[in-house]
Design a protein. Structure first.
Length: 64
């Protein structure tokens, strides 16, 4: 799911400490840097929310 990133979303991410990247997902295998479900992690890895205008959120994300 692609979300537009604007200052409002940036403020909400900061205020609620929202997590949305693979690094915060229970399915992320840190030792190999891969998804245990076999999905590509490239679109969902650390994103610089200060500069990006789009956020690709993984529908299989589960907070670790
Ligand atoms: S389920 Fe999605 S968010 Fe979680 S590690 Fe896999 S690709 Fe990343």
């Amino acid at each position: 799911m692609i979300s537009r990133v604007d200052d409002r979303l940036r403020e909400q991410i900061a205020r609620f400490s929202l997590r949305y990247t693979c690094e915060a997902c229970v399915h992320f295998e840190r030792d190999v840097g891969a998804c245990s479900n076999g999905y590509s992690t490239i679109p969902h890895r650390q994103t610089d929310i200060r500069t990006t205008t789009e956020l690709v959120f993984c529908k299989a994300f589960e907070l670790a």
